[in-house]
Design a protein around this ligand. Structure first.
Ligand code: ADP
Ligand code: ZN
Length: 528
């Protein structure tokens, strides 16, 4: 009734003020809270730092019974529970770190109606014992945090999340709210389907993080570039550096330390106590840089991370957004910086090819990778492109706070260069990688060139207008434009595609980002 609804709104506001100590709602919070408090299901997409927790904590307090929160990380649960207890909310967490007696005590509290919020790890929730206990308890709602973990094609798939579809079946009358900070259209659909939310509304907030400045640079000597970036803008600041491999993590941490930067490694291969110590130092001290694999970060709630740097390409735009999103949660100016090169594309493609996934999985993964490569190669505003990927139209086509907006790259007609490169790939049999093609174009008589007689080809030495670095950029852009493709059978080999022909015939123009810092075109083009 009208009266009950007014009453609920008043209670929501008063709980917000008095329990959470906040003056008002932000963005979609109010609409979400009202919807869930009235018993509705929904999917919530909100960027990191947007205030997702309140969307389930508050309705749990407004409704009868205990709110059950499914959360993948023990550390995250611990922080949330501590915060809630401090605010006077009766909260607890059930996870593998508890003794039997502790778990038993929490279960008794739940059944006695003495809990407002209970955090449960998914694998625990799905045990017959826990489900049976929940069936006997009064439940206010189910909140599924980090709901993208249910997506098999996402970047953070957790098998234990798949079983959560049981919640909708076993507790059809309890509202479900699924929350995530990252979901493209495909992931969104997967979450809805798996968690039984296909008929539920989806509340989508703006994913823009205006205080983050995006920059993606051409990878030359990544460690040196990273050192220069930190020395330039971030000495003494907290930051996260992401690398793909454990060996590289240790290597880069070492390099940074030698440059006087307080850097610590973090990866799954380190002993647990060292990992915990490094993470604690990062969280509690100022100016610590953590060099990590993607094992690091989810659930880390450090507001003053001033930069996130990627030395290797993430898997997808979602992963990139999520990882860079750990910068600047306090709203202050922060940097998302990435060094990217052709080898990144080749490496990620190989990882997909060699994965044990189905063909469909590989196809989707390749598509997601291609979208990210497109973002890297884009000469337009990075933010507009990033938000566009999540279905959001930017208000301004130029954000003014990304590398491309701040110093617009010059775009040149690269059709002739593209034709030279593609002919070179064609004439050498589409069996060679970037280095060999460049050697041929630059007229270098390497052992391999000689061995295959490629110095006899018409394309030998025709590429003197560019230097090696510029040719690499041309190749990368041709790959990202789809005119050239890494051969999935022969590692590193580049072959022509359907669209190469139009370029070779002169029917398609190829616009390329001009590479700065190389030798100016035309100088020293004679080979000697
Ligand atoms: P998320 O889970 O979406 O990353 P959190 O729920 O952790 O975000 O909230 C991020 C920060 O924003 C927290 O410090 C929280 O107290 C604050 N916050 C949330 N809602 C509001 C609000 N309505 N007004 C002011 N601060 C808020
Ligand atoms: Zn921009």
């Amino acid at each position: 009734s009208r009266h009950a609804s007014d009453d609920l709104d008043a209670r929501a506001l008063s709980t917000l003020n008095h329990v959470f100590g906040l003056p008002g709602f932000r963005g979609h919070q109010e609409a979400i809270i009202r919807h869930v408090a009235h018993g509705g299901d929904c999917l919530v997409l909100m960027p990191t730092g947007g205030g997702k927790s309140l969307c389930y904590q508050l309705p749990a307090l407004l409704r009868d019974g205990c709110g059950i929160v499914v959360s993948p990380l023990i550390a995250l649960m611990r922080d949330q529970v501590a915060g809630l207890l401090e605010a006077g909310v009766r909260a607890a967490a059930l996870n593998s770190s508890l003794s039997y007696a502790e778990a038993d005590a929490i279960e008794r509290q739940l059944l006695a109606g003495e809990l407002d919020l209970l955090y449960v790890a998914p694998e625990r929730l799905l045990t017959p014992r826990c489900l049976a206990m929940l069936a006997r308890a009064k439940i206010a709602l189910f909140a599924i945090d980090e709901a993208h973990c249910v997506s098999q094609w996402g970047h953070d798939f957790r098998p234990e999340y798949v079983g959560l579809s049981a919640i909708a079946e076993k507790f059809p009358n309890v509202p479900r709210i699924a929350l995530t900070a990252t979901a493209d259209a495909l992931t969104r659909r997967e979450i809805s389907e798996r968690l039984g939310l296909t008929d539920a509304p989806c509340f989508v907030s703006s994913f823009d993080r205006p205080n983050i400045r995006y920059a993606i640079v051409d990878k030359q000597n990544a460690p040196a570039q990273l050192k220069a970036f930190i020395a330039d803008k971030h000495m003494g600041h907290s930051g996260v550096v992401y690398c793909l491999s454990r060996a590289k993590v240790e290597d880069i941490a070492d390099t940074l330390c030698k440059a006087g930067i307080d850097a610590l490694p973090y990866h799954a291969g380190l002993p647990a106590e060292i990992r915990a110590r490094n993470q604690d130092r990062f969280i509690n001290e100022d100016g610590v840089v953590i060099v990590a694999t993607i094992a690091f970060g989810m659930g880390i709630d450090k507001p003053d991370v001033r930069f996130v740097a990627h030395l290797d390409l993430p898997k997808s735009i979602e992963a990139y957004y999520q990882e860079t999103g750990r910068a600047g949660r306090d709203g202050k100016p922060s940097d998302a910086w990435m060094a990217y090169g052709l080898s990144d594309i080749v490496q990620q493609r190989r990882m997909i090819d060699e994965s044990s996934g189905s063909d469909a999985f590989k196809r989707v993964s390749m598509g997601k990778l291609d979208a990210l490569v497109g973002l890297c190669e884009s000469t337009a505003c990075r933010r507009t492109r990033l938000l566009g990927y999540f279905g959001e139209t930017a208000l301004e086509p130029q954000c003014g706070n990304c590398d491309n907006c701040l110093s617009p790259p010059k775009v040149i007609d690269g059709t002739v260069a593209a034709q030279k490169l593609l002919s070179c790939a064609y004439r050498t049999g589409q069996r060679f990688g970037a280095q060999h093609l460049i050697d041929v174009l630059l007229g270098r008589l390497t052992e391999r060139v000689g061995q295959f007689g490629h110095d006899k080809l018409s394309v030998f030495g025709i590429g003197g207008e560019f230097n090696e670095k510029q040719w690499r950029a041309v190749i990368r852009q041709l790959v990202s434009l789809g005119h050239l493709a890494p051969d999935s059978e022969a590692f590193g080999a580049l072959k022509l595609t359907e669209s190469s022909r139009a370029v070779l015939k002169g029917d398609a123009q190829v616009m390329l980002r001009e590479q700065t810092g190389g030798r100016p075109p035309r100088a020293k083009s004679r080979r000697g």
